[in-house]
Design a protein around this ligand. Structure first.
Ligand code: ADP
Length: 250
């Protein structure tokens, strides 16, 4: 049973827009603690797949299971977010006027489970959690700076930190290194490699150098025309004739 231990299981998902199949019988499963990279040319259906997982788009057919028992196709966007799927969009959306520390604190307190404590003082456990995330996202020493003054890369890290504050069971990252410098991209790869095994993460990314850095021995899924074209280790999919054809556009 390939779904054993799966945090996410997409089964024969299709999404049509006016008869056009953006997703076409897509099946995919992500294991607990896995770091899965999703690649594929423009228009492959990567964004639409993320939209289905987060409830932004309803599948035309198929089922999407989260944590074995929750059928995402029957849940609203808010219910899915509350159930523990956190998504980071391409453009960072931090609270620019607030400090780095406050952004992390707000993210934690926006989580419905702790929202009643919005105006309460931080417990030492909560403060410790913020400190740990600050170190992880390479922003310790920057906690008192307004988020608006951070570099693009630092804002992206802060937003990953804000996601982590909510302790999602599945993290979806949409092109996390888009617009980053080479140094920032390398540090983001380090960051994700530190998260490996501790969180279930799906990363959609175009930057193949970055994907190679974070894929390690993990599975890379190549989407094309709304379904899985190839899947395996990065060296395997890179050598796959069908993948080469699709990327070279022949
Ligand atoms: P990717 O993220 O891999 O570039 P998308 O999921 O954005 O691919 O798009 C897959 C296909 O579906 C594309 O051909 C795109 O034009 C089409 N598409 C996506 N969203 C819509 C929509 N709301 N209406 C019509 N077509 C759409």
């Amino acid at each position: 049973d390939t779904t054993h231990g799966a945090i996410l299981y997409l089964e024969d998902i299709s999404v049509s827009f006016d008869g056009f199949k953006a997703i076409n019988k897509l099946s995919l499963d992500i294991s607990v603690g896995e770091l899965r990279c999703i690649i594929g040319p423009n228009g492959a259906g990567k964004t639409t797949m993320m939209d289905v997982i987060t409830g932004k788009t309803r599948p035309t057919s198929g089922t999407a299971w989260f944590g074995q028992t929750m059928n995402l196709a029957t849940m609203t966007e808010a219910q899915i977010a509350h159930a523990g799927i956190g998504r980071k969009f391409q453009r960072p959306t931090v609270f620019e006027q607030h400090t780095v520390f406050d952004n992390l604190e707000l993210a934690m307190k926006m989580d419905k489970r702790v929202a009643p404590t919005l105006f309460a003082r931080l417990t030492s456990e909560q403060a410790g959690k913020i400190e740990a995330v600050l170190r992880l996202i390479r922003l310790n020493g920057h906690e008192a700076r307004p988020a608006g003054l951070l570099s693009h890369g630092q804002k992206q890290w802060l937003e990953i930190g804000m996601l982590l504050m909510q302790e999602p069971q599945l993290i979806l990252l949409d092109e996390p290194v888009a617009g980053m410098s080479d140094a920032e991209t390398a540090r983001t790869a380090e960051l994700l490699n530190e998260l490996r095994g501790k969180h279930s993460i799906m990363v959609v990314e175009h930057d193949m150098g970055f994907v190679t850095e974070i894929a390690r021995q993990g599975i890379v899924t190549v989407l094309h025309e709304g379904s899985v074209l190839a899947q395996g280790r990065m060296d395997e999919v890179q050598a796959d004739e069908r993948v080469i054809e699709v990327y070279l556009g022949r």
